[in-house]
Design a binder for this molecule. Structure first.
Ligand SMILES: C=CC1=C(C)c2cc3[nH]c(cc4nc(cc5[nH]c(cc1n2)c(C)c5CCC(=O)O)C(CCC(=O)O)=C4C)c(C)c3C=C
Ligand SMILES: [Fe+2]
Ligand SMILES: [Fe+2]
Length: 321
């Protein structure tokens, strides 16, 4: 019978430094994952190692450099702060781990075991489930314990796309932002994209993004013309989920919209994809198309409502309901 629970807060992972070498190491591990890129390895690996990594690493390192914080990569800084906040709220050990890079899932699980945890609740910081993100965490954990003879009891938070605490934290954050900075003409909710093929083959991600967006619009009492959903961060040549974020913003600007608020509810922690791709690049796209103001509403990060919502999600599983 398990008596000493612990929490593993998991996120994607991020480079150790904003340099081409560190980005290459990170992308090589990330993009070699067959859950992420489903092209057969014999075709994909020569392309990845011969062309994509040499060309992409330098450019992406430059992008990371524009958002790098004194303490490191924003994704790691905010993930750590979320874990610190949870540790203060929950009466049990909380560790962070990344699917790619360090601390690895294996290191995180071992740290919890070393602290005496015989039950581990895994919380991937992906509110919407996708096989490309959440399932690959699950795969890796199963793979780690395949090589062990003893393992803790494990609990798994698969998704929390419409969790009332999470939706209410998002809604409060938007309302507070509007109260402090004023409200623009429309709200765009931008989620990380996914190849359309993945969804056609059964990935529930798109339906969960739509459910989150609708729940947030309802919580904010928005009418249909006051908000929209879009998908960002397309990678490669395939068709991804649509509408795409930047073309949507350009269309809106060309159609006469001057000011837009944008929030990325699928990213609990700010990172390259929000701070650089949206706050910097998408704002440029919007203004080049004739828009005046694109305001990025920050991720929930370590805001107290966010910590409280995640703690409420975890508490019943810790026997702390
Ligand atoms: C085929 C490629 C990719 C899929 C599928 C994909 C899905 C996916 N990713 C996230 C969350 C994040 N992605 C981030 C960065 C990032 N994503 C891809 C590719 C795919 N993502 C790449 C190549 C990169 C690195 C940057 C780049 O080279 O452009 C990040 C930020 C990491 C950071 O260090 O800040 C996050 C977070 C989700 C939620 C998702 C599917 C639902
Ligand atoms: Fe991604
Ligand atoms: Fe991107």
């Amino acid at each position: 019978m398990a008596a000493n629970p612990g929490v593993l807060v998991v996120n994607l992972g991020t480079p150790q430094a904003p340099t081409a070498a560190a980005v290459r190491t990170y992308l090589a591990e990330f993009l070699s994952d067959t859950r992420v890129v489903e092209i057969p390895a014999l075709l994909w690996r020569p392309l990845l190692f011969g062309l994509i990594l040499p060309l992409r690493s330098r450019r992406v390192a430059h992008n990371y450099a524009t958002i790098w914080m004194d303490e490191g990569s924003p994704l790691a800084v905010y993930t750590q702060r979320i874990a610190d906040g949870l540790r203060q709220q929950l009466r049990c050990p909380v560790e962070t781990a990344y699917r790619y890079g360090t601390p690895s899932l294996e290191q995180g699980l071992d740290r919890l075991s070393a602290l005496g945890c015989d039950e581990i609740i895994v919380l991937p910081l992906y509110p919407q489930f996708s096989a490309t993100t959440s399932a690959t965490v699950f795969d890796r954990i199963a793979q780690i314990y395949r090589q062990r003879r003893a393992m803790p009891a494990l609990q798994w938070i698969a998704d929390y796309a419409t969790d009332p605490g999470y939706i209410s934290a998002l809604a409060q954050s938007v309302q507070q932002h509007w109260a402090e900075h004023g409200r623009n003409e429309r709200l765009l909710m931008s989620f990380h994209g996914l190849p359309q093929r993945n969804v056609s083959l059964g990935d529930p991600y798109q339906a969960q993004c739509e459910a989150t967006a609708r729940a947030l619009a309802d919580a904010l009492e928005l009418s249909p013309d006051e908000w929209a959903l879009s998908y960002q961060s397309r990678f490669g040549k395939q068709v991804w989920l649509q509408p795409y974020t930047e073309p949507t913003l350009a269309e809106w600007a060309e159609g006469g919209l001057r000011s837009v608020d944008i929030i990325c509810p699928g990213f609990p922690a700010d990172c390259l994809e929000t701070l650089e791709e949206i706050r910097i690049q998408a704002a440029e796209t919007f203004c080049e198309a004739g828009g005046e103001t694109l305001t990025y509403i920050p991720a929930l990060n370590d805001n107290p409502q966010h910590i409280q919502a995640l703690a409420a999600l975890l508490s019943p599983r810790l026997g702390q309901a």
